[in-house]
Write a protein that binds this ligand. Structure first.
Ligand code: HEM
Length: 441
């Protein structure tokens, strides 16, 4: 089992805070297992699908969320599903699972389509100019989230809400060197202190909205808007505080991730004219016949395949980090108790042993007929096992609807010259945005 490229203590600290993706040398994309250590804690990277299955599914009970990730996210997301553990996680998952059924997701289709069409109209007005597609898509997924979460009913201050959401998301991506060094929680993280006041305001707006909706549902259970908030209020056994934590979690886990996956899809299509032509031809032929956008995610197979292939090459959540409770082993590799186990879509999705031409954009891998032969332990954009993304169906549905709405009348060409630099700030994103020229087609 090879060891990770040694960067030295200072080098590792610098790289891990600047851009954790740079830690990985070429061997990380070739080997089934890689071993390293940080502050005396063994780190084991698992690229072998059988090892992924062992740690994430068969023996999942032995693996908990890594303390570093918890230290970073728990102060913000508190008891939300992403950062809950043990009995609290089990109870919350059970309460929230029915919220994301296909029937409920289908109920959000209109909101997704209307908001996407509005974004397409806004972008059409920018024809001929270079725009930051990353920013535009962040606005779009935020708009969709506001509509599907609260039906836009977020107190009386939508602009202040949008601003504090951006500050909240910014503080989510900030890794302080003290976190990496495992310093005690009472030592202030200067990088995050600034956002404290706006976080209180942000939470206050959400708490007020929940309280108002509760009253509305008590008065008239069937008259309340059809959105995630109503479903959460009606769900079994969630307190208002827990609903607040989970709404913040949905914003934290579901907004940037979806925006980034759409951004990378537009970029990849702009680099592959043949693939883009296939998507455009599909939209031109099928959209006039598919009047119900609920059918899009199933019928627009090229659009969906391009989206899924973009999730392979640029998985917005590049790393699933766990800590082993008891000693374990997989594939002949020992995993001591207390080790950090990293299952990294970023590495597995581009692994030489697992994919033909791993760095190429080949959406046909995900067309019906081919897709079935992809091992589900080597394609993990939404994670795997008991903690698999609860919003995966929602995100795939939204992704296809947004892409179809944008690409049916518009074309996006990358206008940044050299290829964008890929950085990890919680999600995988292009450094400095994604400049694209918009044209009508
Ligand atoms: C969990 C990715 C969209 C809510 C996860 C995990 C991944 C992921 C990889 C597992 C993390 C782990 O095991 O450590 C993505 C990607 C998305 C997306 C790539 C978009 C393209 C969404 C949306 C929502 C959402 C739209 C909600 C509206 C959650 C929640 C969890 C989660 C609550 C925690 C589940 C649990 O621990 O039980 N997501 N996600 N995600 N995601 Fe997503």
């Amino acid at each position: 089992v090879p060891h990770a490229t040694p960067l030295g203590f200072a080098g590792f600290l610098r790289t891990a805070t600047r851009n954790p993706l740079e830690i990985w040398g070429t061997r990380a994309f070739k080997e089934p297992y890689i071993r390293g250590s940080w502050l005396g804690v063994p780190n084991i990277v698992i690229n072998d699908p059988a090892g992924v299955r062992h740690c994430m599914v068969d023996n999942a009970r032995n693996y908990v969320m890594q303390p570093l990730r918890q230290r970073l996210l728990r102060p913000l997301l508190r008891d939300g599903l992403l950062t809950a553990e043990g009995p609290l996680w089990r109870r919350t998952r059970k309460a929230i699972a029915p919220v994301f059924t296909p029937r409920h997701i289908a109920g959000f289709t209109d909101a997704m389509e209307v908001r996407s069409r509005r974004a397409a109209d806004r972008l059409a007005e920018q024809e001929g100019t270079v725009t930051d597609a990353a920013h535009e898509l962040t606005l779009l997924t935020f708009d969709i989230l506001q509509a599907t979460l609260f039906s836009d009913d977020i107190a009386s201050e939508p602009e202040a809400f949008a601003r504090s959401t951006q500050q909240f998301l910014g503080s989510m991506g900030r890794i302080d060197p003290l976190d990496l060094l495992g310093a005690p929680a009472f030592l202030p993280r200067l990088r995050r202190l600034k956002g404290r006041k706006s976080m209180l305001y942000f939470r206050g707006l959400i708490a007020d909205t929940i309280a108002r909706r509760r009253v509305q549902i008590e008065r008239d259970p069937d008259g309340a808007p059809n959105d995630l908030l109503s479903l959460l209020v009606k769900a079994d056994g969630l307190s208002s505080g827990e609903i607040e934590d989970n709404i913040i979690t949905f914003i934290g886990a579901g907004h940037e991730t979806t925006a980034r996956s759409l951004t990378w899809t537009l970029y990849l299509l702009s680099q592959a004219p043949d693939e883009r032509a296939l998507v455009e031809a599909e939209l031109d032929t099928l959209l006039p016949t598919l009047t119900d956008p609920n059918e899009w995610a199933d019928k627009l197979v090229h659009t969906r395949a391009a989206f899924e292939e973009a999730l392979r090459l640029y998985p917005p959540a590049p790393s699933l980090n766990r800590t082993a409770l008891a000693a374990d082993s997989t594939g002949g590799v020992d995993i001591p108790a207390g080790s950090t186990v990293l299952v990294m879509p970023w590495l597995i999705h581009r692994h030489e042993m697992l994919w033909d031409r791993p760095d190429h954009f080949i959406p046909s891998r995900f067309l019906p007929g081919n897709r079935e032969s992809i091992d589900r332990f080597q394609y993990l954009p939404f994670g795997i096992g008991p903690r698999v993304c609860i919003g995966a169906g929602f995100a795939l549905h939204e992704g296809v609807i947004a892409l179809a709405s944008l690409l049916r009348g518009l074309r996006f060409d990358y206008a940044g010259g050299a290829a964008p630099e890929v950085v990890q700030r919680i999600t995988i994103q292009p450094l400095g945005g994604m400049p694209m020229r918009v044209s009508r087609r």
